[in-house]
Design a protein. Structure first.
Length: 373
């Protein structure tokens, strides 16, 4: 495999176009890992359909993906502030910057998903839409004069040192993006397994670094959208960012090895391992939530005469519940009535009240415990 010309202080305009060498598709280690990763991913689709309402937990899992993905970019928020904002649109408007960043990621994930469902492909416009939603901007591909540099973080050895300079120049980024999108969408000329394509395309997107900021988050959303596009996932519910942040040093090391050495094999094995492990994590999350839902339903029906499957599902739709959520299910809108209903849920220890100024939120402690695990 030809080693690309690389100087970390010079724009990497010699970034090789896709596809990489055909030997990748025939590597026995990659093929073995591809089989186990594909099987693990297929179980997520099966498990997801076990949910009483398959769409009920999508936002909950997507919220965890959003929170963890933003943490990779060193944007931190507490579950408390995040869940509070999600449970009430008014709180979302007043949320701090970190919370808004997480919520924008989640909205970008769904915007990308719906756009892909309409177009059936990933095109530049859908990539731009995801990026703009994440960054709350109208800007697009970074201009050729923008001197974008990737530097070590302040907590790392030799902080501020340049470790990579992405491609730069007139129409250069656009040319690389056209090649990347052709590679993903053209299965006739590029017939590799879609899971292998996702691994390769994720590196290439990060190496192109098409935007001035938000590339990491945009790239991680594109992974999920592409898996849905190719039919490997029914919904974008894979909790992929958790694996990346736990193995952050390996993630960046293997990215750098492709750039500097053209070492694709270890990068692909790392990403396939991420898919396999994340599939297991996502299945565990779904299983634990389903088991807790069943336990809470049986308990709730034994304690509260109006407790139903629909109420139970509403309570597990998100970690923080507002009275209007229960009222909508039961067709009740009176504030007095809703207060009495919530008091019964609290007395049964199904929900826990939490006051924030004049607002009262009701916590599903069981769901919070599962999501935090």
């Amino acid at each position: 495999m030809t080693k690309p010309k690389f100087d970390r202080n010079t724009p990497f305009n010699d970034l090789p176009l896709l596809p990489p060498s055909a030997e990748i598709d025939d590597d026995s280690d990659i093929l073995k890992k591809l089989v186990s990763a594909s099987r693990a991913l297929a179980t997520v689709n099966v498990n997801f359909m076990r949910l009483p309402n398959p769409y009920m937990l999508v936002n909950t899992i997507a919220l965890q993906e959003a929170k963890t993905s933003t943490e990779i970019e060193n944007i931190f928020t507490t579950e408390d502030e995040l869940y509070k904002a999600v449970s009430d649109n008014k709180s979302e408007e007043k949320a701090d910057l970190a919370v808004k960043e997480v919520l924008r990621y989640r909205e970008a994930l769904w915007a990308g998903y719906h756009a892909m469902k309409e177009t059936k492909i990933l095109n530049l416009q859908s990539v731009l839409s995801i990026f703009r939603q994440i960054k709350n901007t109208t800007s697009g591909i970074r201009p050729p004069q923008a001197n974008v540099l990737i530097k070590r973080g302040q907590s790392e050895l030799r902080p501020g040192e340049v470790i990579y300079t992405p491609p730069r120049g007139n129409e250069i980024v656009e040319r690389f993006m056209d090649n990347l999108l052709d590679y993903l969408n053209d299965n006739k000329n590029y017939p590799s397994d879609p899971l292998i394509k996702m691994c390769i395309a994720h590196y290439q997107f990060e190496a192109i670094h098409p935007f001035q900021d938000g590339n990491g988050r945009t790239g991680r959303i594109l992974n999920l959208i592409y898996l849905v596009q190719t039919g490997l996932l029914n919904q974008p519910v894979l909790y992929l960012s958790k694996y990346i942040i736990v193995n952050k040093s390996d993630y960046y090391y293997n990215l750098g090895a492709v750039t500097q050495l053209g070492s694709w094999k270890n990068w692909i094995l790392f990403m396939l391992d991420a898919v396999e492990n994340t599939s297991a994590l996502t299945n565990h999350l779904i299983n634990e939530i389903l088991e807790q839902m069943e336990s809470t339903l049986n308990y709730g029906k034994s304690k509260i005469k109006w407790y139903t499957k629909e109420v139970n599902e509403a309570i597990f739709s998100q970690p923080y519940i507002k009275p209007k959520t229960i009222g909508k299910v039961l067709g009740r809108s009176s504030r007095t009535t809703l207060s009495k209903l919530m008091e019964e849920l609290v007395a049964a220890k199904i929900l826990t009240p939490k006051k924030d100024g004049s607002e009262v939120y009701y916590l599903n402690d069981d769901l919070i415990r599962i999501l935090a695990g």
